[in-house]
Write a new protein. Structure first.
Lengths: 110, 115
């Protein structure tokens, strides 16, 4: 079952611009995670934010979480061509499950 | 070593064949997962092993049979598959007892085509 809905479905920007992706979810969560997937490859974990946290940074990534609105956003600053990939949010539930959203396809043009 | 390896990278099999996918991690993780991913879709959880015991089976058809021989290895045995089973099969692992509050480390996947 799919928990997260991501917006936009696809995003095309120029190198150097910022990219923002949003994720909404339905039920209470323990944490929310963001993953990146290059074409046809495995997923790479980017960042995990717990339900009692509001913002987290990792390098050029900034993630926010608003549990009252059941939403999260991922901001990639100063994007590079190498950031071209699919980005998935995933909500962590108790009992060993991670449920992925539909994903945002990001294309960074050089 | 923070790597999850999967073999083979690509697999083509007929509907009457029996084959196996293999996954290995040496990070000391105690939970391992199989996901199925169709093109342009998110990964869908199939199975979870926690401390080498099957803890979650997401109502997967019996033509898929998981096995966890030890804490580092995870297999997925395939038999009598259908063309709609063609997909990217991803293995992942996480620390601890496989709780949903930990990051997962993914392998590169096996691209399976059923003819």
């Amino acid at each position: 079952s799919q928990q997260g809905e991501e917006d936009p479905q696809a995003l095309s920007i120029q190198e150097g611009e910022n990219a923002t992706m949003n994720c909404s979810y339905k039920t209470s969560i323990n944490n929310l995670q963001w993953y990146r997937q290059n074409s046809g490859r495995g997923l790479v974990h980017l960042i995990l934010i717990r339900s009692n946290e509001r913002e987290k940074h990792s390098g050029r990534l900034r993630v926010t979480l608003d549990t009252s609105k059941k939403s999260s956003s991922l901001l990639i600053t100063a994007s590079r061509a190498a950031d071209t990939a699919s980005y998935f949010c995933a909500t962590g539930e108790y009992g060993n499950k991670l449920v992925f959203g539909a994903g945002t396809i990001l294309r960074v043009k050089s | 070593d923070t790597e999850v390896t999967q073999t083979p990278k690509h697999l083509v099999m007929g509907m009457t064949n029996k084959k196996s996918l293999k996954c290995e991690q040496h990070m000391g993780h105690r939970a391992m997962y199989w996901y199925k991913q169709k093109a342009k879709k998110p990964p869908e959880l199939m199975f979870v092993y926690s401390y080498e015991k099957l803890s979650i089976n997401e109502s997967v058809p019996s033509r898929f049979s998981p096995e966890c021989p030890n804490s580092s290895l995870l297999n997925l045995h395939l038999h009598a598959l259908q063309p709609e089973d063609s997909a990217l099969y991803l293995c992942a692992s996480s620390q601890g007892a496989g709780t949903g509050n930990l990051e997962q480390y993914f392998g590169p996947g096996t691209r399976l085509t059923v003819t």
